[in-house]
Write a protein that binds this ligand. Structure first.
Ligand SMILES: Nc1ncnc2c1ncn2[C@@H]1O[C@H](COP(=O)(O)OP(=O)(O)OP(=O)(O)O)[C@@H](O)[C@H]1O
Length: 256
């Protein structure tokens, strides 16, 4: 992890009508780190992700990515800055009428002017990097298991070799063994490609296995940021319950 900030959020406010989700939220994610984002259900983890990647326009505040102001960018400008990141949405959000290969090719078609055979080669490489057989490229999302769909979604998120990955609850709905395999994949890819990863999760095992630091959201802002060991010393009741509960203790024991 470097000291260079990959994602800088300052004074962020987001709202849906009169419902304010974030207010005066600050967060720095350093280049080359996996930052876990946790917090109670409905506290605004996914909305924060959406605000950073331009899918939710902030009511106030700024978002910078690699020093570039990306707040509220639109049109061609949005299309350009979108190449900084790949996103894996909570439900995978694969196009059900396209094969896995065509799903991975979709962002290449949109953002890169490449020949069809080259796009195919690149897509197959990403499919293999995600731990799937090349033959999975011919399958439709409905033909895959939940774990394979997640890998296919990760392959698509990596299609354009983005330096940043946004992962929204990547292990939700997976059995513990499949989830652990996915955690390892994320960690291995992050290390080998020096990715910056913004990872929204409820899964304390995922935090323990993958994250360098963790940001806890609550009360419309970031309550605390730190390593798991640092956060375990926090007095905030939700943080104490999260890390001090049976699951938190079991995850901690697993990494000791
Ligand atoms: N499109 C929308 N319209 C109105 N309100 C929304 C919309 N999207 C999110 N919200 C509200 O914003 C708040 C934060 O939602 P968000 O999905 O970010 O929570 P979360 O922390 O990711 O929750 P979870 O852990 O349950 O996935 C919630 O109160 C939610 O109802």
């Amino acid at each position: 992890m470097s000291e260079r900030v990959a994602i800088r959020v300052r004074g962020l406010k987001t709202a849906y009508g009169s419902h304010v989700v974030h207010e005066n939220l600050d967060l720095d994610v350093c280049e080359g780190e996996i930052m876990g984002i946790i917090g109670p259900s409905g506290c605004g983890k996914s909305v924060l992700l959406r605000a950073i990647v331009g899918l939710k326009t902030p009511a106030a505040g700024e978002v910078e990515v690699f020093g570039e102001d990306v707040t509220g960018v639109e049109g061609d400008e949005l299309s350009r800055v979108q190449q900084f990141w790949g996103i894996m949405f909570q439900d995978g959000a694969l196009f059900s009428n396209l094969t896995v290969r065509e799903n991975v090719i979709a962002p290449l078609k949109e953002h890169a002017n490449l020949s069809r055979p080259f796009m195919r080669q690149l897509a197959d490489m990403k499919i293999r990097m995600s731990g799937l057989e090349t033959s999975a490229g011919d399958k439709y999302p409905s033909d895959l298991s939940g774990g394979m769909r997640k890998r296919a979604a990760l392959a698509r998120a990596m299609a354009l070799d983005p330096p940043i990955l946004f992962l929204d609850e990547p292990t939700a709905g997976l059995d513990p063994i499949t989830a652990a395999g996915f955690d390892k994949l994320v960690r291995d890819l992050q290390r080998s490609l020096h990715l910056t990863v913004f990872l929204v999760t409820h899964d304390v095992d995922t935090l323990a296995a993958t994250c360098d630091r963790i940001a806890v959201l609550g009360d419309r802002k970031v309550l605390a940021v730190g390593t798991m060991d640092e956060l375990r010393k926090e007095e905030h009741p939700w943080i104490r319950d999260y890390f001090g509960g049976p699951r938190g203790r079991a995850a901690a024991a697993g990494v000791e």
